[in-house]
Design a binder for this molecule. Structure first.
Ligand code: BTN
Length: 321
């Protein structure tokens, strides 16, 4: 019995008895009970009542391979879909699959990550079913420098994709944090691997908070999910359309660069004109934030009043309130 089959049989509306679950899944009541315990270990809350059986504490929306596959097919996508219930990290999985050389275009999705990765060595919280953990992997034959600004362009693509579902106004924090109502909604992690003298492996990871989960409370910064802001979006359609969009934009990006996305990015630029501290390791300096240039670099006015472009993804910015 797989986790996904059990979850498909459970609902948040009505109780279902252990006996009925056992019949549906072809296992004993004891096996059902053990599997329910495992769901709880994944952080999925199940309400158990002696006479009535089991029900989910909150509705859970799961990935549907057929729905996503159909969308990919209808849009002539070449992405190979890899769908998991749990994974360490979708980015790591995509890197391994590309390195094994069996595929050159793939979409990795999982309901939950146990070692989700954020930028600058941070972890990314991906509770079961509550976070869209999506990675696209490509074998790319291009100069590595053509990737400059790609993570910013992905933020623009995400904003436009979400706008196909609802009217939502995101804010971008350079280089690639996506905010809603001044709280972090989404993060992007672009990684490369392989031999840079020839085709290399490009991994584009997006983590988007969808629905409420107690596990988000371990996040150390203000965060938000779409549900909390009143947006309920079909995550199968969202994942498929986002992946298709990115698959389509990537060749254009690799030839034209960030310039075609620059204006749209600057429209959502959260900290334009603000005073901030730019942190690079132990070095800190005060700057005034200007727009992002055609390479995706952040323009700032430094302490000497000069315009400077900042291009290191290792820098971090703190607003001076
Ligand atoms: C950040 O803001 O620090 C970037 C977060 C990126 C998280 C996503 S979730 C899907 C993909 N797999 C990972 O392990 N990380 C990225």
């Amino acid at each position: 019995m797989t986790t996904s089959r059990l979850l498909a049989a459970l609902s948040a509306d009505n109780f279902i008895s252990g006996t009925r679950l056992g019949e549906l899944l072809g296992v004993s009541r004891t096996a059902v009970w053990k599997q329910i315990q495992q769901l709880e270990q994944l952080g999925i809350e199940v309400i158990t009542q002696r006479q009535q059986g089991y029900k989910l504490a909150a509705p859970l929306s799961l990935f549907n391979k057929a729905v996503i596959g159909q969308q990919l097919k209808e849009n002539a996508s070449q992405l190979e879909l890899k769908l998991f219930s749990t994974l360490g990290s979708t980015n790591d999985e995509a890197k391994q699959l590309l390195a094994a050389g069996k595929t050159s275009k793939l979409l990795v999705l999982t309901e939950m990550q146990t070692s989700g990765k954020g930028r600058r060595g941070k972890s990314w919280v991906s509770p079961f079913g509550s976070n869209l953990a999506l990675t696209l992997g490509f074998k790319i034959d291009a100069d590595i420098s053509s990737l400059q600004g790609l993570s910013l362009a992905l933020a623009v693509e995400l904003q436009e994709c979400l706008n196909e579902f609802c009217s939502i106004d995101l804010g971008f924090k350079w280089p690639n944090d996506i905010y809603l109502n001044n709280k972090k909604l989404c993060g992007i992690l672009v990684e490369v691997g392989g031999d840079f003298s020839g085709p290399f492996n490009l991994v584009l990871g997006i983590g988007l908070n969808l629905t409420k989960s107690n596990q988000f409370n371990s996040i150390e910064q203000p965060f938000i999910c779409l549900e909390e802001a009143g947006f309920i979006i079909d995550k199968n359609l969202l994942a498929a359309r986002l992946a298709i969009r990115i698959e389509k934009m990537l060749p254009e990006f690799l030839t034209k660069g960030f310039a075609a996305w620059q204006e749209k990015w600057n429209k959502q630029h959260l900290w334009y004109g603000k005073q901030a501290v730019l942190i690079n390791g132990a070095n800190k300096k005060q700057v005034e934030i200007k727009e992002v240039n055609s390479h995706g670099e952040l323009m700032v006015i430094n302490e000497d009043g000069q315009l400077e472009s900042i291009n290191s993804g290792e820098l971090s910015l703190r607003l001076i309130e």
